[in-house]
Design a protein around this ligand. Structure first.
Ligand code: SAH
Ligand code: SF4
Ligand code: F3S
Length: 446
């Protein structure tokens, strides 16, 4: 049987969907390739969030399809957000592509591979207003950590963002299905689950569209997000629960109580802020002010002193002045982020802000990006220094990539720790370690 490989761009949702598609290919009798070069079937899972992400996927597809000249039976396919955005146009750009599968239909990948092996091309797209199927099927390879998608799509429609257009209406999976999936993961040795959703704290919100699609029926209910976390925590074998991404509106007393009282809930929150200027935030349609965001972080940190808060920031949004940018700098200092991902604004076709002038030059975006990265490096180093001497629980992942004699693992706050492994350690074990040394991105322990 032909061998397959996935090349995945974008967020954890895509990683999860590549896994589900890989499971379907395994079930159909295909085997994973040793590497992409040798694979008979290569599937690119794409992201549209910035122009650069699309350029990368297009470049990759071009190179892969060029190899078909020497290897005419090789199958090259596309899935994910760019497939959804471009529709049939992808075949105009890359005529030798075998298939293109939009979002919400990763289950169509395996049939498209069969069709391609028989010589016919596939274009599959789903109506993004209809009730979607969540990605199903996990690949178990002795892994102790898994992603579980609980909220599909997004209804927030931030002015700059393509995600609602490519992922469709927000839809919460029935709690019953989520819990069934987590129970199955636990039965297969998974100890850590990361729940996924673009605006995950909206999980369980009953929008009119949602009531229509999922009428309350026995076992078919969703739960408010904190209740779902509790229900997942009640599953034996699951030791750590993470989720992403947060929004300040979801930082409720209930959630804070869970962080304090539910030992399985990891002390980390990814809370994308995007900007520290209330004016910019309002034009971004983020639904909070600088003050409201900072207040959410402050309440969290007061109640849960060891919580790590990480964020995403966009620099060079249309109309972002030097003063707005300075506000982002001071807000990041005040929030004391443990880590931050900084992105240069990229206008996305069809979004609200793409109709506004992209008036911050590329050079200026690059400068602002560098300034924030520099600030964050200093801040990260200081925060990590303060952890020296503290004892932390680390979930061991396996030998470190750089030095096989040492292992790497993660703290509850999602920081990487490199340590000397005790005897008979297994991936997935939780060990208690005292931090001896700190770098901006990494901690070290004996
Ligand atoms: N749903 C998440 C974000 C998903 S996209 C949330 O709202 O928190 C991941 C990150 O990409 C965003 O947080 C944002 O910082 C960045 N991003 C999204 N659209 C962008 C654009 N048009 N240009 C640059 N960065 C963008
Ligand atoms: Fe995009 Fe905003 Fe939805 Fe996040 S919440 S996916 S930034 S529209
Ligand atoms: Fe990219 Fe799609 Fe995720 S646009 S960030 S892969 S939802």
């Amino acid at each position: 049987m032909p061998t397959f490989a996935f090349h995945t761009y974008g967020c954890q949702m895509n990683v999860r969907e590549s896994e589900a598609a890989a499971k379907a290919l395994l079930d159909a009798g295909h085997t994973p390739a040793a590497d992409e070069e040798s694979a008979d079937i290569v599937i690119v899972n794409s992201c549209s969030v910035r122009g650069k992400a699309e350029d990368k996927a297009l470049g990759k597809l071009g190179l892969l399809c060029a190899t078909k000249r020497e290897r005419p039976n090789r199958v090259i396919g596309l899935m994910g957000c760019m497939a959804q955005r471009l529709g049939n146009d992808i075949f105009k750009k890359i005529p030798t592509l075998d298939f293109s599968i939009g979002t919400r239909c990763a289950d169509r990948v395996a049939p498209a591979v069969e069709a391609a092996l028989q010589g016919s091309a596939t274009l599959a797209m789903k109506d993004l207003h209809e009730q979607p199927d969540a990605p199903s099927g996990h690949v178990y390879q002795g892994g102790f950590s898994a992603f579980v998608t609980i909220l599909l799509g997004c209804n927030r429609r931030c002015a700059y963002c393509i995600v609602p257009d490519v992922r469709g209406d927000e839809w919460s999976r029935p709690a019953r299905d989520v819990l069934k999936e987590v129970r199955e993961l636990a039965a297969n040795g998974v100890k850590e689950v990361t729940l996924l959703g673009q605006s995950i704290m909206n999980y369980g919100l009953r929008t009119p569209a949602f009531d229509e699609l999922d009428p309350p029926s026995p076992g078919g209910y969703t739960l408010p997000f904190p209740r779902l976390l509790e229900a997942v925590a009640a599953i034996d074998g699951i030791e750590r629960i993470r989720f992403t991404s947060g929004h300040p509106s979801g930082v409720t007393d209930e959630l804070i109580r869970l962080y304090r009282e539910e030992p399985k809930l990891c002390h980390h929150l990814h809370l994308p802020v995007q900007s520290g200027s209330t004016g910019v935030l309002s034009r971004m349609r983020r639904g909070y002010t600088r003050e409201r965001y900072l207040e959410a972080v402050k309440r969290l940190r007061e109640a849960v002193p060891d919580i790590a808060v990480t964020t995403d920031v966009i620099v060079g949004f249309p109309g972002e002045t030097e003063a707005d940018f300075e506000e982002t700098r001071t807000m990041m200092a005040e929030a004391g982020f443990d880590n931050a991902f900084i992105f240069k604004y990229s206008p996305r076709p069809g979004t609200v802000s793409a109709t506004w002038e992209d008036d911050v030059s590329d050079a200026e975006k690059a400068r602002r990006n560098q300034v924030l990265l520099g600030d964050q490096d200093v801040r990260g180093a200081q925060i990590n220094q303060a952890l020296i001497g503290q004892t932390v629980e680390v979930l061991a992942e396996g030998p470190s990539l750089r030095n096989k004699a040492r292992w790497s693992g993660r703290t509850s706050s999602n920081k990487i720790v490199i340590f000397t492994p005790p005897e008979r350690i297994q991936p997935g074990d939780i060990v208690s370690l005292t931090i001896a040394k700190a770098a901006p991105q990494t901690l070290y322990a004996e």
